[in-house]
Design a protein around this ligand. Structure first.
Ligand code: BES
Ligand code: MN
Ligand code: MN
Length: 462
């Protein structure tokens, strides 16, 4: 029987080539122009799961993009791991800032990735991380070492809010029944410091529209005498945070769980270099909520950020105009026990209430999701921890992340199971940005670590 490290060294090139093929498919869920590609990607994932050794794989239709489901059930008395991932990717924009085309993957070395990294949209988020699980399964099946049952659920709408997932979970509770959910769609501290993500933030995403006069106006004839929606929108947004960068929406913090001094001291032990952080982003200083350090601001504290703002004239040269309308997209990251639907309502009520006479305001809620925190005393966490110890030679650090994967709390609610987040990406992998990449070292390390999770989880839970 071949062990995992020798299996990887034999098949490494093929593992990389297969991922590159998958990355060539532009599965952008946000843009209908790519819908054929998204559907083709689902087919490709299904085929890969069959080839890796699943007994059964299917494309499950939903009101949106399909979910790929596959399984290998070896014995009903053994535990079942449900692997979740997503085959859709973020739009590649702004394309002109990529050094190579987003859907023509290339391997280049970087300071952090001397072994090379694959540059392509979706390389890390989440095709590369999802595909590690397909290759880990291939190894376990080929070597007859799969110790338990496994189910895969790979969706195509994660980057647009997983809108069909609730629908799918409600209708497929039996099919998806499991003992633990395993996801690689987050990051780790560094290659030297493995970490397991123990928390995700929730999200409330809204779009606002401010309307002033019924048409665009000459800014000389009318300027100074009517409300300019862009000026007003800017003021309204600025007022959402006070001098200390606390959010001013009444009730916003009511349900926020404050961490104890001990918990915060524990968090502070995770290795972090503020100098390195600033240097990597070319900023002179960090910025955020008073009373909290960077690693708290981006994980255990809620936020409010404008993601986009537009209106008026943005073309070449100058045009003197007071626009009729101004818009912004705003996201709020949430922490336990904030309820995204309630926060969306609080935002809407507050935002409408601060609009001055002379403008009309519309708030349109987009998607949302609940925050998640996972205990570190579960079989799943222990199994993951032992798996990292095996392949990194170090105990991983538990760490709450600032990102969101809204389905994780939904899984707990609908399927009553805990999720273990074994992410192998790095913050510098530029997910959602131009030049997204995924280290080949990270990719192979993930493939190496995953089979140990199955082994230890099966041992611990039987
Ligand atoms: N994989 C990310 C989330 C993530 C990345 C969590 C890194 C932790 C560390 C996921 O694909 C994502 O982008 N989620 C969105 C939310 C979604 C509703 C669009 C996010 O966090 O913005
Ligand atoms: Mn993702
Ligand atoms: Mn993403």
């Amino acid at each position: 029987m071949e062990n995992i490290t020798s299996y990887i060294s034999t098949h490494k090139q093929r593992f990389i080539d297969e991922l590159i093929e998958l990355l060539r498919m532009p599965s952008v869920s946000a843009d209908p122009a790519y819908s054929e590609d998204v559907l083709n990607t689902a087919e490709a994932v299904k085929a890969a799961l069959e080839k890796a050794g699943c007994d059964h794989a299917e494309i499950c239709e939903t009101p949106g993009y399909p979910i790929v489901y596959a399984e290998k059930m070896i014995n009903a008395n053994l535990p079942t791991v449900l692997v979740y991932g997503h085959y859709d990717v973020q739009p590649p924009d702004p394309v002109e800032l990529w050094d190579s085309p987003p859907f023509e993957p290339v391997i280049k070395t970087t300071e952090l990735h001397p072994e090379g990294a694959i540059f392509a949209r979706g390389a890390c988020d989440d095709k590369g991380q999802m595909y590690m699980h397909v290759k880990a399964l291939e190894y376990m099946v080929a070597n007859n070492t799969l110790p338990c049952n496994v189910k895969f659920m790979i969706e195509g709408e994660e980057e647009v809010g997983s809108e069909s997932l609730g629908w799918f979970l409600e209708r497929n509770r039996e099919k998806l029944a499991n003992d633990v959910i395993l996801i690689s769609d987050t990051g780790m501290i560094s290659k030297e410091t493995p970490s397991i993500t123990t928390g995700l933030r929730g999200l409330s995403y809204v779009e606002v529209e401010v309307t002033g006069p019924n048409r665009d106006l000459h800014s000389g004839l009318y300027g100074g005498a009517v409300a300019n929606p862009i000026n007003i929108l800017s003021k309204m947004i600025a007022s959402l945070q006070d001098q200390d960068n606390h959010i001013t929406i009444p009730g916003f913090y009511d349900k926020v769980q404050e961490l104890s001094r001990e918990e915060r001291d524990e968090m502070a032990k995770a290795p972090f270099s503020l100098e390195g952080y600033k240097k990597a982003l070319d900023i002179e200083d960090v910025y955020g909520e008073k009373g909290y350090v960077t690693n708290e601001r981006n994980s255990i504290r809620p936020t409010l950020d404008v993601n986009g703002i537009w209106g008026g004239y943005t073309g070449e040269g100058a045009k003197t105009v007071i626009p009729s309308k101004a818009y912004a997209k705003i996201s709020m990251r949430l922490v336990p026990d904030q309820d995204w639907e309630e926060i969306t309502r609080l935002f809407k009520d507050h935002f409408e209430s601060i609009a001055p006479a002379g403008v009309k305001v519309k708030v349109k809620p987009h998607h949302g999701g609940y925050p998640y925190v996972t205990p570190i005393d579960s079989d799943g966490y222990r199994a993951a921890s032992k798996a990292y110890e095996q392949t990194f030679g170090k105990t991983p650090v538990p760490q709450r992340s600032g990102g969101s994967i809204p389905i994780v709390s939904l899984f707990e609610k609908e399927l009553k199971s805990k999720t273990i987040l074994m992410g192998f990406g790095l913050d510098s992998d530029a997910i959602h940005s131009p030049n997204e990449h995924y280290g080949i070292w990270n990719y192979l390390k993930g493939i190496e670590t995953i089979p140990y999770f199955y082994k230890y989880f099966t041992e611990l839970s039987s």
